[in-house]
Design a protein. Sequence first.
Lengths: 374, 344
Amino acid sequence: MKGDQPMTLETQPVVINFGPQHPSTHGVFRLVLTVDGEVVVDAKMVLGYLHRGVEKLAEEKTYIQNITFTDRLDYLSAMSNNFAYVLAVEKLAGIAVPERAEYIRVIMAELQRIASHLMAMGTFYQDVGGWGGPLMYMFRDREKILDLFEMACGQRLTCNYMRPGGVSMDLPPEFIPELKKFIPAMRAYLDEYEELIAENEIFKIRTRGVGILPKELAIDAGASGPVLRASGVRWDLRKDDTYSIYDRFDFDIPTGTVGDCYDRFMVRLQECRQSLRIIEQAVRDIPGGPWINPGVRGNVWAPPGEAYAHVEGPKGELGFYLVSDGGVGPYRFKIRSPSYINLTALKEMTVGWKVADAIIILGSIDIVMGEVDR
Amino acid sequence: MTVLDYLYDLSNLVQAFADWLSTFSAGWVVYWVVGLIAVVTTLLFAVNNTLAMNYIERKVIAHFQVRYGPNRAGPYGLLQPVADAIKILLKEPIVPAAADRPVFILAPIAAFVPAIMPWAVIPFTPRMMVADLNVGVLYVFAMGSLATIPIFMAGWSSRNKFALLGAMRAVAQMVSYEVPLVLSIVGVVISAGTLSLRGIVEAQTIPYIIPQFLGFLVFFVAGLGELNRSPLDLLEAESEIVAGYHTEYSGFMFILYYIAEYTHLWAYSAFITTFFLAGWRGPLLPPYVWFVLKMLFVAFLLIWLRATMPRLRIDQLLGLAWKLLLPVALVNVFITALGVFIFG
């Protein structure tokens, strides 16, 4: 070594393979991180470990059979997936939906949003390092939602409840009273979570300013849902491209200001409150009558053509694009899955942060691998 | 002496045994036998606490998390730790092919030994302790510092990137937290005027947690960092680096880490009890019962923290040690010294 040069330690970046089997990759997601010490200098996503070929499979099945496939996309929000799919089929086949069924669907979709967000927030807290406490509280509350689902359709996770033209069966008489009990309880729990998690100083310093997704990048990356809204973009399909009967309800769209992990968490928390507001109004207004279009019996035939329908799912814009050649099933079945597209900007969000941050940034996007890989 | 007297301080029992032994044995035999009894009982206490702590932690955390916790093996799941221990012991200790074999095997042993050493000076009662070292505090921290090296050995020799990350964090974290930890206790030492742990307890007419509150806070937080307990459990941050430095360990070698970790935890509870909660002192109950109760209370605080708190990031963690804990500890030393100089 030359005498006049300062002594430096030679270091080199290390490639670390996060996943597909890692405690916090939320499934079989693989993240190849190049780290310099603890700082991430490059992040590469490797997808496809859960690819099941749903889109191709669906072409071989009928419109009704495909509903069960949609349950298994984002398995934490089966109702929303059902909803988006049946909307597309109804558009394609021109099926009308009775009033009561619309209300039931909205109630279910909003309950599902709460259930999905609870999971997102709970696992996010676990990623930040909380040892399961709040996650288990959220499991407890989600359980009540799943009980309601079970009451309505006999299934908890893969509900398979909605049908083109309505829902598969009417709500049982004890459903609405139970739901009325659930709403104030859930409100109290949400306040509790805000106090326990969002006010926690360690949680704040871990998440504030971390993994910022700027407004422009969020739009360019095609992000949607809480990820987009946390970056300050007021975009919610329930209001901006209203579907079903969402125009009848009074609710706000919570948005963030910075687009960091904390904002994404808070947007989810506040969306749960808004969902409760929608459910409250729906329970108040729900009419009697048929729960499915009496004209729809058995399978559905659609005339040749194409249709795209989307809903504001818990994770973002969930869309189904169907092409019909006049048969009993779709000719082409394309899913626009929000988890997958929200992942696009992961590299930009992660690079420059520490390994621990990379984990919580991934957690804050809230992916479900069943939907990412399809 | 009545039975109650024996129960009040178990060392009376040993004393009686030693008296009986000395009626027909040479002095050195009595010395060694009594010493052996003290060492073995303390060791058993320290190691068996792992089983107890394992059960307590799982049960308490389960109730924090609205679960039941272990309730299958034995009444109230009391045998669960035993079942787990048997299960882990029956597993093959796997040494990765690329690992640095001697270091890999030596590391758990090197972690285990310093974990049980500090128990030698912990005073359960004025007489129930293996050795009343006049430099007890120094000895305790010396043993605590040793714990860093085996962790780095394990992380380095495993040839696993997660383990290496854990080891890197270990060195940064434990070296940083050593400093405020030692400084926070200086106030106690100045107040008590002795380095002997028994002397420190005897000096506490009021528990030092009141006059030395700053010192207690720093000791508590720095201790968490030293112990790698939540919220400062970066070495084995499960959500980030899987199991940290002991990712590659299994079977018996893993259990040694496990015991070392929990023994550290109990020792830490015992130190807080000794330094700040007036050790064995308390009305009515036998002194060692008071001691264990206070230890359990501290352990409960630790579990409570673990059930609630998220984890700090490595830079924030080091910032906490150097920017907050160290200055506070120094201020505490200054105030205490001034107080002793003026009033004492």
